[in-house]
Design a binder for this molecule. Sequence first.
Ligand code: HEC
Length: 111
Amino acid sequence: MKKVLTLASAVLVLSIFAGKAHADGKAVYMANCLACHGDKGQGTLVGPAQKGNKFILETKEADLKKIILEGRAGKAKKYPKIPGDMLPWKGKINDKDLDAVIKFLKTDLQK
Ligand code: HEC
């Protein structure tokens, strides 16, 4: 029993440490992006699908970062059938969270 408790607390300490070292891309996505892009990245009436989206997979992280920070609206819009815009996230998301969410879009969300 003591061993199990020791192991459990070691796992807890490790996960707290890991949480501090890396922003959790999934948590960032669930808090900020799911309303328009869907909880599994499947897309909604107000946002395109992220899962299986070739553009997400093939675009460099730095370029995705730019789109997320600057948003996409008006003539720049790529999905005219979707009524809303991609709003600019500049000033609303920190760099660490942004990098983490982009990584999530390109990896775990695609599974
Ligand atoms: C208010 C709804 C909304 C929210 C919230 C939102 N988006 Fe979007 N997003 C859109 C729309 C609409 C577009 C498509 C705009 C267009 O027509 O080009 C888009 C496009 C994108 C694209 C480009 C996709 C492509 O195929 O070209 C990326 C990347 C993206 N969003 C990432 C994110 C991330 C990351 C978050 C969370 C931090 C987020 N979005 C939150 C509405 C939203």
